[in-house]
Design a protein around this ligand. Structure first.
Ligand code: R5P
Length: 304
């Protein structure tokens, strides 16, 4: 007996939970999240979860610290209220980029975040294009079956549907070596070639990009990256591509954090399009991530 699951969205996951529940044919639950007068987070699960399979969705952005506390409080409450299974869908996992002690004395933040998840003992964790460059065994680190999904195939579907005219003369571009994995997926889905630029990070907001051997002259570049944060990487990549004779640039990303004036700066680049998924809500979050999550959830959790 599997029982109808219940999908519950946190304050940054409700829009995804609604779509996920619809695709899965699951019940949509709810949770109240408020603030105590002193700023502490208050969580109250409003749905009956005792004995149920619960899928909880929340992205850890737009105030990553607040979202992390809300998520941990909710997941623990779900367990405590008798949920039979608790599956955490964290489309954007914060702190993943601080996965190493880059300078002496730094906290390795993602290991601390993972320890907190371990204490709650969820059944599985699903993330989307999490920065896993130096984490080789996330299942061991988080203490739960871990699946890192990708939103790039949804972005490719969007490009195909909305920009069919550019595909025959396009090249997919990963702005740095780490983006090769996403460029390869996008290029395969769009049936085109890809190239990867070389990026050196100078500071949290500044990067320098070089393009050795990238043949983009006369072509339309479709940039794909996991995250746009300050926009520094994309701005520098577009500058280099144009220097190389690229005729037009379309930018796609999975997680459009768009911090500070990043969005305004990107708007000034005269791009063909600028689009992200809705793992994080922003003015460019036009590609729903729920379908990319629903498929593996259905096949891996068994009959829902
Ligand atoms: C870096 O590892 C990521 O893949 C992104 O390229 C980076 O986070 C983008 O940051 P920003 O928009 O601030 O350059």
């Amino acid at each position: 007996m599997s029982g109808k699951p219940i999908v519950i969205g946190g304050s940054q996951g409700e829009h995804i939970a609604i779509q996920l529940a619809r695709i899965l044919g699951a019940e949509l639950g709810s949770v109240e999240v408020e603030k105590f007068p002193d700023g502490e987070t208050y969580v109250r699960v409003l749905s009956e979860v005792d004995g149920k399979r619960v899928i909880y969705v929340n992205s850890l952005q737009r105030g990553p610290n607040e979202a992390l506390v809300e998520t941990l409080l909710t997941l623990d409450a779900l367990r405590d209220l008798g949920a039979r299974e608790v599956h955490a869908v964290i489309p954007y996992m914060s702190y993943a980029r601080q996965d190493e002690r880059f300078k002496p004395g730094e906290a390795v933040s993602i290991t601390t975040v993972a320890k907190l998840f371990r204490t709650i003992n969820v059944d599985s964790i699903y993330t989307v294009d999490m920065h896993l460059h130096r984490i080789t065994d996330p299942t061991a680190l988080f203490g739960a079956k871990f699946r890192n999904l990708t939103g790039v195939r949804e972005l490719a579907k969007y490009v195909k549907a909305n920009h069919p005219g550019i595909l025959s003369r396009s090249v997919v571009v990963g702005p740095d070596e780490e983006a090769e994995q996403w460029a390869a997926i996008m290029a395969r889905d769009l049936n085109t070639e890809y190239t990867v630029l070389e990026k050196k990070r100078l500071s949290a907001t500044e990067v320098r990009i070089e393009a050795r051997g990238a043949n983009v002259k006369g072509k339309t570049a479709i940039i794909v990256d996991d995250i746009i944060s300050t926009g520094g990487t994309i701005i520098e990549a577009v500058r280099v591509l144009r220097e190389l004779g690229c005729e037009g640039v379309l930018v796609t990303c999975v997680h459009p954090l768009l911090v500070g004036r990043g969005y305004q700066k990107l708007l000034q680049l005269g791009l063909i399009d600028l689009v992200g998924t809705d793992t994080v809500l922003s003015p460019i979050s036009r590609v729903p991530i729920a379908p990319a999550i629903a498929e593996p959830l259905t096949s891996e959790l068994g009959p829902l």
